[in-house]
Design a protein around this ligand. Structure first.
Ligand code: ACO
Length: 370
């Protein structure tokens, strides 16, 4: 049987750090509230478009695999914060890395976009459609955040990570997975203002209103990630004790702890990044995976469990078998351009741009959806 081994990995975090203290300069919040409710201390704010973050992560992943862009024949761009809708973002990365023979498309399942992309890339390699796939999780949440809403503005950050999958005869890569969506809960996590529905109703594009039912998300996410994880463990015929690393989506430390408790996972096997990066939506889980490997936490041949959830309410759990190699074959010189501004300055610029469209508030109130 054909498998899709993960042979390259790379991440790109923008350098500007937004602290809880920074947030409290323009929101009625404080470090203690954010830390105790979410486990977050810092998040990153990007000074460049999402495609640039994605390209640096991709270049690093491709070098890690000992390949060049021309070897890639499939680019999957997982994101819910694309720089533009047409052309797709995957083609922007494809052109920058020189993957001239590749197919390229975007996937949006909100925070699970990388995980869904991992399933699609794996399936396309298994079926023989592709041989070398680049799967990216990237978000530029800061540009469409509703920075006046303390319920959500404290939770998110920007970032990107990428994985290179390659055809293999060894049992490696995704060995069991579960994808699902609680569609009856699609209203509990909604970013209003992006999409043609809003333009038709007179809302200026880019003006957003975030509607989140945090406690309901908390309940559904905990239940869904635990159930999906148990299902993939059962499918693979392994127990949680066989898992070497648990790398979950990180929307809130308390959700992760609740999922780990339900699964009976040893907390020392969790790889956590929520404290320093917050929730980077689809970039969260792959950034954490890459960081775990870079910090030497991945044993050769290790078993990794990755549960996630996102708007929709999409759910996923993936069980990965790592290959023998846990170090890069080469490193890339790709870097972001220097950032001259602080994270708070970048956020203040975005807030100033959005203030212009304040009259959209009444229009948002009138909107009804299904
Ligand atoms: N600072 C200070 N106070 C705040 C803040 C803030 N940043 N945000 C909310 N509050 C206030 C609320 O207004 C409320 O005040 P009130 O009692 O006077 O009305 C009070 O704190 C308690 O609010 P709750 O919503 O009950 O707080 P909770 O303990 O549920 O924590 C949180 C909120 C962190 C959002 C939690 O519900 C959660 O983690 N939910 C799921 C995570 C989530 O929604 N993530 C979004 C990403 S989704 C994804 O990744 C797919």
């Amino acid at each position: 049987m054909r498998h899709a081994a993960i042979v390259g990995w790379g991440k790109c975090l923008p350098p500007a750090v937004l602290s809880n203290q920074d947030l409290s300069t323009f929101l009625a919040t404080d470090d203690d509230w954010i830390t105790t409710r979410t486990g977050m201390k810092e998040r990153r704010i990007s000074h460049v478009p999402g495609i640039e973050l994605a390209t640096v992560a991709a270049e690093r992943a491709i070098a890690c695999a000992g390949l060049s862009g021309a070897d890639v024949d499939l680019v999957i761009y997982g994101s819910c914060s694309n720089d533009e809708a047409v052309p797709n973002s995957a083609s922007g990365v494809q052109r920058r890395i020189g993957a001239v023979r590749a197919a390229a498309f975007d996937v949006n399942t909100a925070c699970t976009s990388f995980m869904y992309g991992l399933s699609i890339g794996t399936a396309m390699i298994r079926s023989g459609v592709a041989r070398t796939a680049l799967v990216i999780g990237v978000e530029l949440i800061s540009r469409y955040m509703d920075w006046n809403n303390r319920n959500v503005a404290v939770l998110f950050g920007d970032g990107a990570a990428a994985a290179v999958l390659q055809e293999s005869t060894d049992e490696a890569g995704v060995i069991a997975e579960k994808l699902q969506c609680y569609a009856e809960s699609r209203d509990i996590l909604r970013v209003r203002g992006m999409g043609t529905s809003y333009a038709n109703l007179g809302v200026q594009f880019g003006q957003t209103r975030w509607d989140f039912d945090g406690q309901e998300i908390f309940r559904k996410a905990t239940h869904g990630m635990a159930e999906a994880s148990l299902e993939v463990l059962a499918r693979a015929g392994v127990g949680i004790g066989d898992v070497d690393l648990v790398v979950p989506h990180q929307a809130n430390l308390r959700i992760i702890e609740a999922v780990a408790k339900r699964l009976g996972a040893d907390p020392s096997k969790l790889h956590l990044t929520v404290r320093k990066y917050g929730n980077m939506s689809s970039a969260t889980a792959p950034v954490a995976l890459v960081e775990a490997i870079e910090e030497g936490r991945m044993p050769p041949g290790g078993l990794v469990l990755m549960p996630a959830f996102g708007g929709g309410l999409t759910l996923s759990a993936h069980l990965l078998r790592w290959g023998d190699r846990v170090t890069p074959l080469a490193t890339s010189s790709a870097e972001l351009p220097p950032c001259e501004k602080s994270a708070l300055e970048l956020v203040e610029e975005i807030r100033a741009q959005k203030r212009a469209g304040h009259e959209d508030a009444a229009r948002f109130e009138a909107l009804r959806f299904s």
